[in-house]
Design a protein. Structure first.
Length: 244
């Protein structure tokens, strides 16, 4: 089921939900230039929906959503609207967040200001702009670029936002809530260094946390594409433990 909801600043956000009965709910926040309707994201949601109700959405400027991407200035409004929408249908069941790359940064920042999420997984999270490595000379960089286009990735951007101050996880680390948090990062990520996840993990002050460095792992959603059984098992086991 797909629908359009509205953010507090009037941007339409496309949300697709896979729902079966009263179960915990997992919200998937995709990465930059990703399309929630791609085969890759559909497969991811199908793997998760064997255990949970699942919703995935397009950030502003992406996929079926309206508006323009604002380089992390306004994207938290998108996630806030989606969470409010899901809370209304979750019937009191726990809600988890699964964020990839940019989506992980937005999810992290949300959890620094709110305590209504019961579990979060952050995949290939950039702690700051300095975490971006962009190893364009590596073949994997171009494979990701091609796979993104194959998966119908696109983005409409607000270029005036590029040089504006960014809402970065590193600046908010001291405010992170007590939500259980799991970091996943590939040790061969060509876009965001694994030191980013290691840094944030090390600064989480509570004990309900974990860090998985995936051997020969790539970036974001493509970690799942490369090893769907392995990554699917990690995600389902974490959410089973923390959303029960």
């Amino acid at each position: 089921m797909s629908t359009l909801i509205s953010t507090s600043d009037g941007v339409p956000i496309s949300v697709t939900t896979y729902r079966e009965g009263k179960r915990p709910h997992v919200i998937v926040a995709p990465g930059f230039f990703q399309n929630s309707q791609s085969r890759l994201h559909t497969k991811l949601c199908q793997v998760l929906s064997a255990h949970f109700n699942v919703s995935i959405f397009d950030f502003r400027g992406h996929g079926r959503s309206g508006g323009k991407f604002s380089f992390l200035q306004l994207e938290e409004k998108d996630l806030t609207a989606v969470i409010a929408y899901i809370k209304a249908m979750a019937e009191g069941k726990p809600i988890g967040l699964l964020g990839f790359s940019m989506g992980a940064a937005v999810a992290f920042n949300y959890c620094c200001k709110n305590n209504d999420i019961h579990s979060v997984v952050l995949v290939s999270i950039p702690a700051s702009a300095q975490s971006l490595t962009l190893k364009w000379w590596r073949p994997e960089f171009w494979r990701i670029a091609v796979r993104t286009l194959v998966n119908q990735g696109s983005c409409r951007m607000s270029f005036s936002s590029i040089f504006q101050p960014k809402n970065e996880p590193m600046a908010n680390i001291g405010q992170f809530s007590n939500v259980p948090v799991c970091f996943l990062h590939g040790d061969h990520d060509v876009l965001v260094t694994e030191k980013s996840s290691q840094f944030l993990y090390g600064h989480i002050t509570h004990d309900t946390k974990c860090l998985h460095l995936i051997e020969n792992g790539t970036h974001g959603e493509f970690l799942f594409e490369k090893s769907p059984e392995k990554i699917g098992k990690i995600l389902n086991e974490w959410f089973d433990q923390t959303l029960s």
